[in-house]
Ligand binder design. Structure first.
Ligand code: FES
Ligand SMILES: [Fe+2]
Length: 460
């Protein structure tokens, strides 16, 4: 049993001002520059969007053992994500209940309790206050639950991905994910056993709003232009065998790839139909990182006819799966967007290793596949992300021109038959359309307008 504390709609400087006209700020085919530049809107987003909907917190493989923890943020709220002694996942506020300082200053570790560095209050990893120095100095009952750490009341994991929300109105996580859960399954299940372990990360910080990254996460329109030097590098020696994202070069909308919006701000861009369906079909597309020919030759020598199927497990999966507001699965990576300020964001790329759950691959093969997966980190995550980040920073600069107010997202809008709603309610469009952005902004607006029904909880 835990005590729930209702928290009202958090007041922001926006209350009662004209900025509340969300329908004006986000229209069907355009968004106002203020939603990317106004600190008051950013402040409102940090409660109404981050934590107002299911927000990605961490991956279970980062805290595999009882008493493991990792520190993260939900919006600007500092959290400690723990697997407690009973293996229960919790998201504790990383804020001492005494005077509010950051309780845990480590990035990760394993501990049954956290001791505050300021005055030494000690908390169990269940969030319960265990003891305070010289308790005779307190007249009142220090067992009052108000002194136990605040925690996120709803923490759920979907196949290893841990999400949290403060909203008591949000659907249970599987219902919230809806049709995109199946796409996450496909991303995981291309490896036997369907399990990944998250590795350390490439960490980028850019001077731009967090939404610029999410707006780009399903954008198939920019690739041929923004990533031209990467495409040229990847294909310089490729001859007929087009590498990387070469399918974007000529008429991308004529390719079988597509984008799909699945609800609640989530969408994916599926480039898998562009591949040849054969063992090695995915690997054939992998761009040639230095030294990879040697690895490929070695795989063929070691694994014979199995080599190409194994190499496919190392190849970067050609799909972008975007879970609003802060998570993307793409290639072999997990990307997380962490807002810092209205005009500053962390974009973090975690590599992933596969796990040989049922022993069908064999230890040697798994080690070799995972070594090669790390090499794919040297492709897009290093040489593509910098192109995107340059765009985000330049947009943020452009949006400082106050009189020119609108950002357009009208590609594919108003052309009969181009954007289709399927029977299951998902929306599909050609790969370069901005339908995904128009749709995720409807969800953004819904959350910004919603009367918040938020709660935190504490151990009793
Ligand atoms: S602020 Fe943590 S013990 Fe005082
Ligand atoms: Fe890009």
């Amino acid at each position: 049993m835990t005590a729930l504390e209702k928290v009202g709609s958090p007041p922001t400087r926006l209350e009662g001002t004209a900025l509340h006209d969300w329908d004006y700020l986000v229209q069907e085919d355009r968004a106002h520059r203020l939603i990317y530049t106004d600190p008051a809107i950013f402040e409102a987003e940090m409660t109404r969007i981050f934590g107002g909907t299911w927000t990605y917190l961490a991956h279970e493989s980062e805290i595999p053992k009882p008493n493991d923890f990792i520190t993260r943020r939900m919006g600007l709220r500092p959290l400690i994500i723990v697997r407690d002694a009973e293996r229960r996942l919790r998201a504790l506020y990383n804020r001492c209940t005494h005077r509010g300082t950051t309780l845990c200053r480590w990035d990760k570790g394993n501990t049954k309790s956290f001791q505050c560095p300021y005055h030494g209050w000690n908390f169990l990893n269940s969030g319960k206050l265990r003891g305070v120095p010289w308790p005779e100095g307190y007249a009142g009952d220090m067992h009052d639950p108000k002194f136990n750490l605040a925690q996120v009341p709803r923490v759920e994991s979907y196949r290893g991905f841990i999400f949290g929300t403060l909203s008591m109105d949000a659907l249970p996580l599987p219902g919230h994910l809806g049709p995109i859960a199946e796409i996450i399954d496909q991303w995981l299940d291309r490896n036997p056993g369907g399990k990944v372990v998250v590795c350390e990360a490439n960490r980028f910080r850019y001077k731009g709003n967090w939404k610029l990254a999410y707006d780009n996460s399903c954008d198939g329109y920019h690739v041929a232009y923004s990533h031209r030097s990467l495409l040229e590098t990847e294909n310089r020696f490729a001859g007929e065998n087009a590498k990387g994202m070469a399918y974007y070069r000529n008429s991308p909308d004529a390719q079988p790839m597509y984008m799909r919006y699945t609800g609640h701000g989530n969408h994916f861009k599926d480039k898998r139909p562009n591949l040849e369906q054969r063992p090695g079909g995915l690997w054939a597309l992998e761009s040639a990182h230095p030294g990879m020919e040697h690895y490929e030759a070695e795989f063929i020598k070691r694994y014979g006819h199995r080599a190409f199927a194994l190499l496919d497990l190392a190849g970067s999966e050609p799909i972008n799966i975007n879970i609003f507001p802060n998570l993307s699965l793409l290639g072999n990576h997990i990307q997380v967007f962490e807002p810092v300020r209205v005009d500053e964001t962390n974009a973090i790329w975690y590599g992933t290793m596969i796990v040989d759950e049922d022993g069908s691959l064999g230890d040697d093969a798994v080690t070799d596949i995972n070594a090669l997966r790390m090499r794919t980190q040297e492709g897009f995550p290093n040489f593509g992300e910098v192109d995107d980040i340059a765009n985000f920073e330049q947009i943020q600069r452009g949006l400082m021109a106050v009189e020119d107010e609108w950002v357009y997202m009208n590609r594919g809008f108003g052309i009969p038959g181009r954007v289709k709603t399927l029977e299951d309610g998902t929306i599909t469009a050609p790969a370069t359309d901005e339908a995904f952005m128009r749709e995720h902004f409807k969800e953004w607006k819904r959350l910004m307008k919603a009367r918040a029904n938020f709660a935190i909880q504490r151990e009793p």
